[in-house]
Design a binder for this molecule. Structure first.
Ligand code: PBG
Length: 321
């Protein structure tokens, strides 16, 4: 099992939370072992995992300024573009992906701009415009992939057009293609302070019992130009990952989300299982279902464990010689 995990380090994508400031490294209460970093501490963290073989990061901002329009997501000199540029300066070969969504930046916590602030009716046109502006800023800073997760209609094609028309043909798109409305996002919303203030996301995320629409959404993202398609969450949706794998040849990512991570951590703290073996079993399950990439908060622990093992092994060899 360990060998299987080692062979698949290249499939791991490590998600990271970024906020404004210097020297920030705050642990996220709902996600033990995960932190909010500022751009400088992010570089240290990226270096730690990169030296151990992880070369793909997915960045989220924890925004402290929020308004109705989520405008801090797409103003100049914002946090994510700065962090992307710093990462690329220090590690030109790291593949940097950025989340494109408004929920961390809106005062109401919804993923798009609302038509009417008293109810959840997303203004799709305005939302696409905002998401496109955000994607352009990230692309200009050097992001390799932008990953729209707002679930606005036609978000992939709108962003593709914006990128192409502004000289960013090489910037790729990872679509959150089949994104289910899920309780498993709970700890993330705690981390990003992005839980909706009213209503819920059922209007723009998939119902857990609807595999038919999930497959349609994947097909739609491919048609709109997504380079990577994604199923999210992973563990309760391995059947969806498998069905997507069997139907489409595109690079497929599975998002092992915050709630899945938090359950493992909670059970480990209670002594219900061996955390390392549990994580390896989870990675094996997601791989078996057919995913090419696994976005997981466990990424850091995995490379840490593998390295410790190797160091120990080398020591043993030295002793027996
Ligand atoms: C934002 C977004 C969410 C996650 C990633 N991007 C959550 C949501 O819809 O509230 C969840 C990730 C996780 O739980 O790890 N649209």
């Amino acid at each position: 099992m360990e060998d299987m995990v080692r062979d698949n380090i290249g499939s791991l994508v490590y998600p990271l939370f970024i906020k404004k400031g210097i020297g920030v490294k705050e642990e996220i209460a709902s996600m033990p072992g995960q932190y909010r970093f500022s751009a400088d501490t992010l570089i240290d963290e990226a270096g730690f995992v990169y030296e151990r073989g992880i070369d793909k990061l997915l960045l989220f901002e924890i925004a402290d300024i929020k308004d109705e329009y989520g405008s801090s997501a797409y103003r100049q000199n914002s946090v994510i573009p700065y962090a992307v540029a710093e990462l690329k300066k220090n590690f030109p070969d790291i593949i940097v992906m950025t989340d494109i969504c408004l929920c961390a930046y809106t005062s109401h916590g919804h993923c798009g701009i609302l038509k009417d602030c008293a109810q959840v009716s997303i203004d799709n046109e305005k939302t696409l415009d905002a998401l496109s502006k955000m994607a352009l800023l990230h692309a200009a800073a050097g992001a390799d992939y932008v990953a729209p997760s707002a679930m606005a209609k036609q978000q992939v094609s709108a962003i593709r057009h914006a990128l192409d028309n502004n000289g960013y043909r090489n910037t790729k798109i990872m679509g959150y293609s089949a994104k289910f409305s899920s309780q498993f996002y709970g700890p993330f919303r705690g981390a990003a302070k992005s839980a909706p203030r009213f209503g819920d996301r059922r209007g723009y995320q998939l119902s857990p019992d609807d595999s038919f629409t999930a497959l349609k959404e994947v097909e739609e993202d491919i048609r709109e130009g997504a380079d990577i398609i994604m199923v999210k969450p992973a563990l309760g949706y391995l059947d969806i990952i498998r069905q997507v794998r069997d139907r489409f040849p595109h690079t497929l990512a599975a998002y092992n989300v915050s709630g899945e991570y938090a359950m493992v951590k909670a059970g480990s703290a209670l002594g219900y299982w061996d955390e390392r073996k549990m994580v390896y079993e989870i990675i094996a399950s997601i791989k078996r279902s057919g995913a090419d990439l696994i976005i997981t908060y466990h990424a850091r622990d995995i490379v840490k464990w593998l390295f410790e093992k190797e160091a120990q092994y080398e020591k043993e060899i030295l002793f027996t010689k």
